[in-house]
Design a protein around this ligand. Structure first.
Ligand SMILES: NC(=O)c1ccc[n+]([C@@H]2O[C@H](COP(=O)([O-])OP(=O)(O)OC[C@H]3O[C@@H](n4cnc5c(N)ncnc54)[C@H](OP(=O)(O)O)[C@@H]3O)[C@@H](O)[C@H]2O)c1
Length: 235
């Protein structure tokens, strides 16, 4: 299978790539900014799983982001079976103290980048093969969930990603494209440590990655355009 995962350098994305790479024959494109961390991931995948992955350093905030993305995709002239839009950025700050630059960075990473990635991937998909797009959302962006002060910009960006999921599923319902959003609860990662210092999540990035990988591998005939809460605690 051909798979693209964003935010692969650490946390949940790192574990997702490791788990995909344990299946022989999987062809994985792993993106994030930190090349050193990506190289570390590549070594682990090589040693533990005997599987090579394609790593690319790319900054979603850079002005050349879309050009770099096009260049990466042109290196891999194949249908992509699974896209995991996992990269995310969170700033925990009171609403009125959040700067325009911080707001731009959060929305650029969590909303505009997935939009750009999908605009560039969808036209090149093979109509005869299925593509499952899994957007990684958050319980904070799930309608009716408990909300937290300081996360208004982040959570609203995840709501936008969730809504985009529903809209694209409708727009591409005649195609072989399925798109869903997993609204995650807390997972023990660097992001959570920064947002909620001292809080201990019940779920590890390894465990949630297993769930995400299994979900993405299902042929989602009956699940399309859905925002699924994946949480057993608050937050
Ligand atoms: N952890 C939680 O409790 C939790 C809960 C709900 C939802 N989520 C969501 O789950 C996803 C993964 O989160 P995580 O906890 O694993 O976070 P993390 O450990 O902070 O990892 C975030 C990933 O996103 C990448 N990234 C961030 N900014 C980027 C940029 N400008 N350009 C390219 N890549 C960028 C980072 O790579 P580089 O720094 O190398 O670029 C990193 O690989 C996110 O979408 C997050 O919102 C997490």
């Amino acid at each position: 299978m051909n798979i693209l995962v964003t935010g692969a350098s650490k946390g949940i994305g790192f574990e997702i790539v490791k788990q995909f790479s344990s299946t022989a024959g999987n062809n994985i494109i792993a993106l994030s900014r930190d090349m050193e961390l990506l190289q570390n991931l590549q070594i682990i995948c090589n040693n533990e799983c005997n599987n090579n992955i394609h790593i690319y350093s790319i900054d979603f905030l850079g002005i050349t982001f879309e050009d770099e993305l096009k260049s990466i995709l042109s290196n891999h002239n194949f249908h992509i079976d699974i896209v995991i839009n996992n990269a995310g950025y969170l700033v925990n700050k009171p609403f009125t103290e959040t700067s325009q630059e911080e707001i731009r960075q959060i929305y650029q990473t969590n909303v505009y980048a997935p939009i750009t990635i999908l605009q560039n991937i969808i036209p090149s998909l093979d109509d005869n093969r299925q593509c499952h797009i899994v957007n990684i959302g958050s319980m904070g962006g799930y309608q009716g969930s408990v909300k937290f002060p300081g996360l208004s910009i982040y959570s609203s960006s995840k709501s936008a990603l969730a809504n985009l999921t529903e809209c694209l599923a409708e727009e591409y319902k005649e195609k072989n494209i399925k798109i869903n959003c997993l609204a995650l609860g807390s997972v023990q990662t660097e992001m959570l440590n920064k947002a909620f210092p001292g809080y201990k999540a019940q779920v590890s990035s390894e465990e949630i990655a297993k769930y995400i990988v299994q979900f993405s591998l299902q042929h989602p005939i009956y699940v399309n355009g859905k925002i699924l809460p994946v949480s057993n605690a608050t937050p």
